[in-house]
Ligand binder design. Structure first.
Ligand code: ING
Length: 313
């Protein structure tokens, strides 16, 4: 019998800097209710789904940015979302900025089950951008200033009949991330993203490439790892800064089965047959039969240039 998981990707439109968490949570709850009404068992929200993308702002005193972070999850302003999940018996992925009791800062995502209980956590490993103010940039991208790299590796969780892994935004551009998850059996990878619609370094990049690379990163890795991929955007113009949309649900063949067409709050849904992952996992991407790590040669953390130079010696 096929394992059908009815999934919703709940794309968010912009969250302006002065929008309250209560307002953002109300928008998430509305899409959760819409997802339930459309038969969903699980809904994927986005990265930093409770606030504006605050790493675009430079603050000398990092402590002054702590108000963008959640000290507890659920907390007073987010409990409503968890209570609604319990009421509707629907699970979800939620991205947010985490401030731990020890004072550590992470770009975090959690899995929550249909009883409103947290069943899994992931902390973003690939932090793009920079740590200090970069005056050459059109817009700052200070994730390296405000977050530590994740310290949990890439865990997988059995939930809603799936083996589910989480990524966050820039992680989706790194093939290793999907491979580590699918080496653990993942047949579903869920992620949120906040992606500027221009190259904020000021280097020229045709803007259409932003959307092309977004889908390329996820579709190629869905195929090469034979897994479903759900990518959910925070989209639209936040404080004058554009973010791409393009939220989508991708089947293990690498084909997009549904995608968002706006840059607003928009729910897309699909009845995902998780067993579609079996074809690739049992044939072309059967790691046990065909993957030959022992023949890959020296794998080090060095960059290719260092290795090539050494080879030339
Ligand atoms: N945002 C962007 C992302 O990886 C980025 C940053 C965009 C890096 C385009 C490289 C190219 O989608 C986050 N939040 O990671």
């Amino acid at each position: 019998m096929s394992r059908i998981l009815n999934i919703g990707a709940a794309q968010m439109g912009p969250i302006q800097p002065d929008e309250s968490r209560a307002s953002a949570v109300a928008r998430l709850v509305a899409m959760m209710r819409e997802a339930k009404g459309r038969g969903c068992d699980f809904v994927v929200f986005t990265e930093l789904a409770l606030t504006t993308f605050f790493p675009r702002y430079y603050e000398e005193d990092r402590a002054k940015m702590d108000h963008w972070f959640e000290r507890e999850m659920p907390g007073p302003e987010t409990r409503f979302l968890f209570e609604t999940a319990d009421e509707l018996n629907i699970g979800f992925y939620l991205g947010y900025a985490e401030l731990t009791p020890e004072g550590r800062h992470f770009n975090t995502a959690i899995l929550v089950d249909g009883n409103g209980k947290i069943t899994g956590k992931y902390r973003k490993i690939h932090l793009p951008g920079h740590a200090d103010h970069d005056e050459s940039r059109i817009v700052q991208h200070l994730e390296k200033r405000y977050f530590e790299p994740g310290d949990m590796g890439f865990p997988v969780y059995r939930q809603n009949d799936a083996i589910m892994g989480m990524l966050i935004c820039n992680d989706r551009r790194w093939p290793e991330a999907y491979r580590v998850l699918t080496l653990q059996g993942a047949d579903l990878v869920v992620l949120g993203y906040n992606t500027p619609d221009i190259n904020t370094t000021g280097l020229y990049e045709p803007s259409y490439l932003r959307s092309y690379h977004n889908h390329l990163s996820m579709t190629a890795n869905a195929y090469m790892n034979s897994c479903w991929v759900v990518g959910t955007a925070k989209a639209g113009v936040e404080d004058g800064c554009g973010l791409i949309g393009g939220s989508c649900i991708i089947q293990p063949s690498g084909e997009i089965v549904t995608q968002a067409t706006t840059v607003e709050d928009e729910l897309i849904t699909f009845a995902c047959d998780l067993d579609m992952a079996k074809l690739g996992k049992e044939t072309i991407f059967n790691y046990a039969k065909h993957r030959r790590v022992e023949h890959y040669g020296r794998i080090t953390s060095q960059t290719g240039v260092e290795i090539a130079d050494q080879a030339a010696e």
